[in-house]
Structure formats: structure tokens, C-alpha cells
Design a protein. Structure first.
Length: 145
């Protein structure tokens, strides 16, 4: 069970998929489909400059009748990136995601991008932690510990 972002990243792996701001939205969507992920961190010169999600694509390309082949990522990406550090608790991440209505959080160590977590990752771990606690309490109460 992971209680912190660091533990979650250690368990799931720290691989993060990125794309440049000048890449086409088509390339970004192709990468997300190939990797079976819902968002990419947008980086330029190894600095995080945005995040692009399937939601951004739906709202900024599909609904505005733009061409994904000619629209650059920087035109539709979310520029104000909400991120977390490795020491943050997963329950705090869940609250942050809910408050800001985001499904993905880049994980930073100083200026370095070290991972990405999704709401699915966080929920899976929080639920597993609660189930473990319930099992422990049940065993304690029934005397089978």
C-alpha cells in the first residue's frame, strides 16, 4: 500500500510520457493512444510548460472544429499545471484533483519531472489501504489476529 506519492511512483514506475509544445495535437493523441494514457506532460528544454489531456483535445479541437493535424499542442494545452511532490499523501492528492477537477498530476522533485499520477492510480491505492485497515480491524475484533 502506498501512502505517499513517492511510494506510489515506486510501485507503479516513474515513466512519464512527454511531448513538445510545437508538436501537432494529432501526434499527441497518437502517442496517448499507443501508450494507453490520458495525458501528456508538455516540456520544452526539460521544463514543464503544460499538460495536454484527452479532455483538452475534446474541448479545444473537436468542439471548436479545429484540425488535429495542424493545431500545435501549445494552442490547446493547459498552461497552469497543478503538480505534486513526492512527499505528498495520496489522500491530499485526491482532494487536490477533486478541487481543481484534474485527472492527472505531474510529480516534481524540485525542477525535475519524476512521474505522473492519475486519479485512477490514487483511488486504487487509497481503496486498497482502506480495505487493508478494515481487514485488520475485522481480524482484531474477531480475535483471529
Amino acid at each position: 500500500m502506498a501512502g505517499t506519492v513517492r511510494e506510489l511512483i515506486r510501485a507503479k514506475g516513474g515513466e512519464v510520457w512527454t511531448i513538445g509544445p510545437e508538436a501537432s495535437v494529432y501526434e499527441a493523441i497518437g502517442c496517448m493512444a499507443k501508450k494507453r494514457i490520458g495525458a501528456l506532460v508538455v516540456t520544452e528544454a526539460d521544463k514543464v510548460v503544460g499538460i495536454m489531456s484527452e479532455r483538452d483535445y475534446a474541448r479545444e479541437v473537436i468542439l471548436k472544429d479545429k484540425s488535429s493535424r495542424t493545431t500545435p499542442v501549445h494552442e490547446i494545452m493547459t498552461k497552469k499545471v497543478i503538480y505534486v511532490n513526492q512527499e505528498q499523501r495520496l489522500e491530499d492528492c485526491m482532494a487536490l484533483m477533486t478541487k481543481h477537477r484534474v485527472r492527472h498530476l505531474p510529480v516534481m522533485a524540485g525542477d525535475d519531472l519524476v512521474g505522473m499520477i492519475s486519479i485512477g492510480d490514487v483511488l486504487k491505492e487509497v481503496i486498497a489501504d482502506k480495505e487493508f485497515l478494515i481487514d485488520q480491524l475485522t481480524n482484531y475484533i474477531s480475535g483471529s489476529y
